[in-house]
Design a protein around this ligand. Sequence first.
Ligand SMILES: [Zn+2]
Length: 76
Amino acid sequence: MAQTKGYTHYACDRCGKSAFMVDGSAEAREWREVRRVTAGGSESVKLLCPECRKSYEDLVTKHDILFNSFMRREEV
Ligand SMILES: [Zn+2]
């Protein structure tokens, strides 16, 4: 019986989607580990599937705009 090694189990921390993917494959690279720091300074790391990663990037892009406005001392 043939064996294939080098698979990793991925599970999205947001939606629960899971998959076994070949390490380093294009599919696996679509998943992303993101770090977030709360207002209180606590850092957490979450693994996101491609769909949740896109939603997260949309969210943090808005945060980036607000933060940049804050740093320019503009009203936010
Ligand atoms: Zn997800």
